[in-house]
Every structure is written in structure tokens, then in C-alpha cells.
Design a protein around this ligand. Structure first.
Ligand SMILES: *Cc1c(COP(=O)(O)O)cnc(C)c1O
Length: 336
């Protein structure tokens, strides 16, 4: 496993900080909570997609692309980070946004990530829920090719073996930081969606024989489906890296208990977790991903899932830019 063999553009602010959350650790009565700040990767306000995009854009450049096509939900953080790096690299960016929530609010459709997509100069188009988005991207790519362009398709969330390399790299970075500061990591917990983050992390942590378990809190699929999908991508990533079969099925663990009514629909415990992290750690989460991930973390702590002396690292995958699209999910009183 040697990452410099793969093309990569460098724009993420790395390494991201690994910080203690001493207030929350005390408030919840242990374990020792740490936070890996991948909300601070720099590009477009940061987030986990930036690490994946370093390898994806490296591949796009190697293939001679001049236009980037990708897809996501209306408030996609992946779309925002892709739009930003396409602008910086002088490429055209086409974002296909799937209306997964049916939210017709002005904030949801035009504020938050969408406002930033437009600021970065991307072209946006809207598709109804349950559209075959891969097919829609292929159709657009065909059209662009016929017009003499060189499109490069990035799958939703940047989740394929190329993008997952960003999280293989994050695993190595985390191990190095923990080693340098003498922190024994007992668990890593994070929100999992399109699977690239967990697949890359697990591949990196297993291939280096760290024996650190990763728990993915699902934001969309039930546990079994999520584990199957993460495992498939982890296997493909390991093969792409040149260490096939290194990841075993039991290395992939997800929890589907915190999805609530569905992808992109806020949950009460997710909103509570956002408030908890803001008030006690000054950390901003979001209602779609990191808030649900944190809700899982907090609930599992209360249920005794971790030992009180464990060191648990919450990987902050970003997303706070979506808060502006979800203002109505918060019940704050008016003031005068
Ligand atoms: C995309 C995203 C995730 C999920 O990562 P995947 O690699 O898609 O599983 C988690 N948190 C935030 C904020 C995201 O934007």
C-alpha cells in the first residue's frame, strides 16, 4: 500500500486537527471523547469530500477532463466541495441535484450548500426523487462529448475506489497523529452515507493492522444494506490499492438506528446532538450527517456501548454549511 502511486491534486488542509472534547467527556461521564476535524479540510468550508476529491481530481486531470459531472441531494456537501475545486482548477461543473426530501422551502432550495454551488459558478439541474442519477449523469456526459467536451463523472459522494483513497490516507494520518501524541484509540465513530469514508478508513486501518474498530452511523440505509455496501467498496478499494482480500466482512460495522424518517429529514435526537456539540464544544454539526452520527455516538455512550476509559474518536465529516438550508428544523424562540 503506497498512495503516491496514484494521481492526486493537493488542496486539502492536512493533517486536520485531532482534538479532545473534554467538556462533553465530562458531561457524559466518559469515555474520553476526541474529535478528528475533517470539517476543517479547507476547501469551500471543509468536509470529508475534499479528501476524496484530491484523488478524484488527480484522476480527472490524468484523463484530460475539462468538465466535471456529479450528483447529490439538493443540500449536498459533496456537490459544494466539487463545485469549489472545479472552479479553482478552471473546469466546468455540472451538478445534478436529486430532490430526495420534497422540502419546498426557500432556504432548503436556495440557501446553504446551494448558494455556494452557485457562487462557485456550477450549473445546477433538479431531478425528482428516485431518478436513476447514474443514468442521468451518463446521458449528460454523452451530450457533452458530442459537443466536443471531455466530461469526467464523479459518483455521488465521490464514493468509488479512487475517492476512497482519500480515507485510506486519513486512516494513516490518524494513526500517525495518535502515535505522535500517545493516544491509544479504541474506537472511531462517524456518519456513513455513500460509503466511501468508511470503506477507505476501514481499508487503511485494517491494512495497517491497527485493530481499531470503526462504527458507521447510517444516515440513509438500514444496517445490513449499509454494511454490505461499505464492505463491497472496501474490497474494491483494497484491490485497487494492491492488497486484495485484506478487509474481512466482520471489519465493517454499521448502525442503522439513527436514520429516523429518512435521508435528509432531521431527527429530534440529531437536533439535540447539534445543540449539545455547539453549546459544550463550540463544534458545528448538521442535521443530515454529522448530527445523526453524533446522536448515535451520544446514545450509545448512554447505553454503555463503550468502556469509561476508552478513547473514542468522532470523525467530524463536516456539513455545517447545510445548517442554513435547515433553519426551520430548529425551534429557537423569537426575540425582541
Ligand atoms: C457525505 C457526507 C458523509 C458521509 O460520507 P460517505 O463517504 O458518503 O459515507 C458524512 N458527513 C457529511 C457531512 C457528508 O457530507
Amino acid at each position: 500500500m503506497h498512495l503516491p502511486r496514484f494521481p492526486r491534486e493537493r488542496f486539502a488542509h492536512l493533517p486536520t486537527p485531532l482534538e479532545p472534547m473534554s467538556n462533553l467527556s465530562k458531561l457524559l461521564g466518559g469515555p474520553n471523547l476526541w474529535i478528528k476535524r475533517d470539517d476543517c479540510t479547507g476547501l469551500a468550508g471543509g468536509g470529508n469530500k475534499t479528501r476524496k476529491l484530491e484523488f478524484l481530481m488527480g484522476d480527472a486531470v490524468a484523463q484530460g477532463a475539462d468538465t466535471i459531472i456529479t450528483q447529490g441531494a439538493t443540500q449536498s456537501n459533496h456537490a459544494r466541495q466539487t463545485a469549489a475545486i472545479a472552479a479553482k482548477m478552471g473546469m466546468e461543473c455540472r451538478l445534478l441535484l436529486e430532490d430526495r426530501t420534497g422540502n419546498e422551502g426557500v432556504d432548503y432550495n436556495y440557501n446553504g450548500n446551494v448558494l455556494m454551488d452557485q457562487l462557485y459558478g456550477a450549473s445546477l439541474s433538479k431531478y425528482p426523487a428516485d431518478t436513476d442519477m447514474n443514468e442521468a449523469m451518463d446521458t449528460l456526459a454523452e451530450k457533452l462529448r458530442a459537443a466536443g467536451k471531455f466530461p469526467y463523472i464523479i459518483p455521488g459522494g465521490g464514493s468509488n475506489p479512487v475517492g476512497a483513497l482519500g480515507y485510506v490516507n486519513a486512516a494513516l494520518e490518524l494513526l500517525m497523529q495518535a502515535n505522535d501524541s500517545g493516544i491509544r484509540i479504541d474506537h472511531v465513530v462517524h456518519a456513513t452515507g455513500s460509503t466511501g469514508t468508511q470503506a477507505g478508513l476501514v481499508t487503511g486501518l485494517v491494512a495497517s493492522n491497527s485493530q481499531i474498530p470503526v462504527l458507521g452511523i447510517s444516515v440513509r440505509a438500514p444496517r445490513e444494506t449499509q454494511e454490505t455496501n461499505v464492505f463491497r467498496l472496501a474490497q474494491n478499494t483494497a484491490e485497487y490499492l494492491g492488497c486484495p482480500n485484506v478487509v474481512k466482512r466482520q471489519d465493517v460495522v454499521a448502525n442503522g438506528d439513527y436514520v429516523g424518517d429518512g435521508y435528509g429529514i432531521p431527527t429530534k435526537n440529531g437536533i439535540d446532538a447539534i445543540k449539545l456539540f455547539a453549546r459544550h464544544e463550540s463544534i458545528l454539526l448538521d442535521p443530515v450527517y454529522s448530527g445523526k452520527g453524533a446522536a448515535g455516538l451520544v446514545d450509545l455512550i448512554r447505553r454503555g456501548y463503550f468502556k469509561s476509559h476508552d478513547n473514542v474518536v468522532f470523525l467530524h465529516t463536516g456539513g455545517s454549511q447545510a445548517l442554513y438550508g435547515y433553519r426551520e428544523a430548529f425551534d429557537f424562540p423569537s426575540y425582541s
